[in-house]
Ligand binder design. Structure first.
Ligand code: FPP
Length: 252
């Protein structure tokens, strides 16, 4: 992994602080090569390394990856098994290197559904890298945006029951701290690879004002140039947050 700052990258002010990615297209990438879908997921692991390296180079603060959705359990059993095996091996293989680069790794989602050995490795990777600050890498597993909002509502309700929160005080500001990733700035840029134009239940709350970038590139083919194109696209956007273009231009 080489994290030197490249010449010719986008100016710092236009670099997103937090990038989220729906990594889509592993299956089609493998099918085009007449190989099993698991072959595509293994190839996708290399693209994960590219993305981490890219974010370190660009001094992006947070990278959030959708690795396994709440709905992915419905895939054929052998594919789910291959993915679990891949996550386990990736944790064994990559954690030390990520730690060496100052990456804080966090698994986000309902982790209780995973087998004990995988859960233990996830916890160990999180504990080992917890104090790192070069990049916050969030790997969403057994995650769904609706699940996230529901768990936040449940935890807020528990706080109400304990007398720590007034029901009438619940609004978007008081609910926000109960959502996953509440300690990070919300994603500025959401990238979806693989040609589909949908959100697929990813970070529904957190991407309220994210800029969306869609690319036809299948996830295993994603490289630094592809990610740079997404950043260049982002740098050209005017973020208005409900204001007019003239108001935003005047303020900046
Ligand atoms: C979506 O492609 C991809 C997934 C459901 C799995 C993502 C997993 C990886 C990229 C492997 C490595 C990840 C880590 C964190 C080590 P798809 O299978 O839906 O592709 P398709 O749309 O072409 O069928």
């Amino acid at each position: 992994m080489n994290a030197a700052t490249p010449a010719g990258s986008a100016p710092a002010a236009r670099i997103p602080r937090h990038v989220a990615i729906v990594m889509d297209g592993n299956g089609r990438w493998a099918e085009r090569r007449h190989r099993p879908r698991s072959f595509g997921h293994r190839a996708g692991q290399k693209a994960v390394r590219e993305a981490v390296e890219f974010c370190l180079r660009q001094r992006i603060e947070a990278l959030t990856l959708f690795a396994f959705s709440s709905e992915n359990w419905q895939r054929p059993q052998d594919e789910v098994g291959a993915l679990m095996e891949l996550f386990l091996k990736a944790l064994d293989k990559e954690t030390d290197e990520l730690h060496g680069h100052g990456v804080r790794v966090r698994f986000v989602g309902e982790l209780g559904a995973f087998a004990e050995p995988l859960r233990q490795r996830m916890q160990a990777a999180m504990a080992k890298t917890a104090a790192n600050a070069a990049l916050a890498l969030n790997v969403c597993v057994n995650y769904g945006g609706r699940w996230d909002i529901a768990q936040a509502a449940r935890r807020a309700a528990e706080a109400v029951a304990r007398g720590e929160l007034a029901a009438e005080a619940i609004d978007e500001h008081t609910l926000a701290p109960y959502l996953c990733l509440a300690d990070l700035p919300p994603p500025d840029l959401l990238i979806r690879t693989g040609g589909e134009h949908r959100i697929s239940n990813f970070l529904l709350w957190q991407i309220a004002y994210a800029e969306l970038h869609f690319t036809d590139t299948l996830w295993p083919d994603v490289d630094q140039a592809c990610l740079q194109r997404a950043l260049d696209d982002y740098a050209r956007r005017q973020r208005r947050y409900g204001k007019t273009g003239a108001q935003v231009a005047q303020a900046s």
